[in-house]
Design a binder for this molecule. Structure first.
Ligand code: ADP
Ligand code: MG
Length: 360
């Protein structure tokens, strides 16, 4: 289903798959009139929640520019499953209107559009959002001039004498990107895997961010932990010596430290050097597996109210302890977990603690 086939195929598919309702056709027509797109080609991808089509726009000078059009499906029940990403999200305080698919799908499209903007502003490789109208989003096309989309990381054909090294640096690139998404965009992707990353020429492009959540979403840390697991599992299958999930989680969430790509790469190399045991031997691998298993089962509170003994935990973290707390970076910083009304810190230490604001 990846990429596009020959021209004839394209035309066939355009007719067989471009079964659009009238509203969608009207939106596309408007976009054609406004020169956002000129031609819509075959489907690059047909999914449960959306279809992505290749498109071309002609500039005033007559040059053809490739675009991608993501059309969210409005007549589906799958969106029910996505509610967990929506509730608690302050940009959607009122919550999704149940029983109104169209409105809900529109919100997903808006969310993806805005999230792509944020990623772009942070210099993260991803599609450029171009135009949004209801459930139809136009973005820049990630692919070659002939209209072939870049492969998903899942299908990337990485070759050369230094394949191992390439995979390793892709892993490091991705971990650094995840930190940047968290620290600069204040987002957690929440569906990150080899399926939602495109690969081209040594660069990883992040896509599919409609379900991404704010870093202060009640379940953001859970989603982050899941992203780390998925990414780690995939790279381990490629033979990469990965870092422990907990190490990556701490690296991404630590408010102090660099957010520049080159410096983050160095910092990650340092993590390799300073880890207690390399996961390259059988013993080291077993150790890593146990460590990951423990970490994945650790309790993550969704609000500060749920922290068992908040004062004690904050104290431990202040004394440089609490390595076992998944949320220790948040306690030190208090940026993420919402505070219960009227639980001000007695010693007033929080007012001059601005370590988490970070330079953007
Ligand atoms: P879904 O919600 O269906 O998973 P995605 O945003 O992941 O939607 O897009 C589905 C597929 O479409 C991707 O795996 C990728 O192959 C292709 N795709 C999405 N956006 C673009 C783009 N901007 N340029 C090229 N291909 C894209
Ligand atoms: Mg996807």
């Amino acid at each position: 289903k990846q990429g596009q086939d020959k021209d004839k195929d394209k035309a066939d598919r355009a007719t067989s798959e471009l079964v659009l309702d009238q509203r969608t056709r009207m939106i596309l027509l408007q976009m054609i009139n406004n020169n956002v797109v000129s031609e819509i080609h075959g489907a690059i991808s047909t999914g449960k929640e959306a279809n992505v089509y290749g498109a071309v726009a002609y500039t005033d000078a007559g040059a053809a520019v490739q675009r991608a059009v993501k059309i969210y499906k409005t007549a589906i029940l799958v969106f029910k499953d996505r509610e967990r990403y929506m509730t608690g999200e302050h940009r959607f305080k009122s919550g999704p209107e149940k029983g109104n698919n169209r409105k809900m799908v529109k919100m997903w499209a808006e969310k993806e559009f805005r999230n792509l903007h944020r990623l772009r502003s942070a210099g993260i490789p991803c599609p450029e959002p171009i135009k949004l109208k209801l459930h139809v989003m136009v973005m820049s096309f990630l692919g070659d001039r002939k209209g072939w989309a870049y492969p998903r990381l899942r299908d990337a054909n990485i070759v050369g004498a230094d394949v191992e090294q390439q995979w390793r640096s892709l892993f490091i690139q991705l971990v650094a990107t995840m930190r940047r998404i968290y620290q600069v965009c204040k987002l957690v992707h929440a569906d990150l895997s080899e399926y939602n990353i495109l690969y081209h020429d040594g660069t990883l492009y992040i896509i599919d961010v409609s379900q991404s959540v704010e870093h202060d979403h009640p379940r953001s840390l859970e989603f982050l932990r899941m992203d780390i697991k998925n990414v780690g599992d995939y790279f381990r299958r490629q033979g990469v010596d990965t870092l422990a999930d907990r190490t990556i989680f701490d690296f991404i969430t630590a408010p102090e430290g660099t957010i520049e790509m080159a410096e983050m790469t160095e910092a990650i190399e340092q993590l390799y050097i300073s880890r207690p045991q390399a996961a390259t031997t059988e013993e080291g691998l077993a150790e890593l597996e146990v460590d990951n298993e423990v970490f994945r089962n650790q309790y993550i509170p969704q609000t500060l109210d749920q922290v068992y003994d908040i004062e004690k935990d904050v104290q431990r973290v202040k004394e440089g302890e609490g390595q076992d707390l998944v949320y220790r970076n948040l306690l030190a910083d208090q940026v993420v977990l919402p505070k219960k009304e009227g639980t001000e810190e007695q010693d007033g230490a929080s007012s001059d603690d601005e370590s988490g604001s970070g330079a953007a």
